[in-house]
Ligand binder design. Sequence first.
Ligand code: FES
Length: 122
Amino acid sequence: MANVTFSSPVLARDVTVYAIAGDRGTILAVAKAHKIPIPFDCQDGECGSCLVEVTHLSRNQKYGIALTEKEKEMLRQLGKISKAEIEAAEVNDMPPRYRLACQCFVRNEDILVKFEGDQTLP
Ligand code: FES
């Protein structure tokens, strides 16, 4: 079981949901299932609209991840990944601070997901 807490200026308050362990859902899939309005478009790691900041809350070490070339390249284009983070991801499989919600799978660990959302007023 993993607690995923969503935080955004477009939410009245933070929302914590439970993601089922072993569920290979992405952050975006979990958000959609709970009606959390993370912006998205392509759902394939190519537009960058689902950018989120992920904080790992578990005390134990972060889960290693294999950052795909596609996600790495998009984060680079968005200016949201540093050289050191690219190296940490490539060498040690350490996840960078910013991720694409459509490409980031929820693991069995508690995370905080921050996103900007669409703040356009009606
Ligand atoms: Fe396009 Fe995630 S929705 S990169």
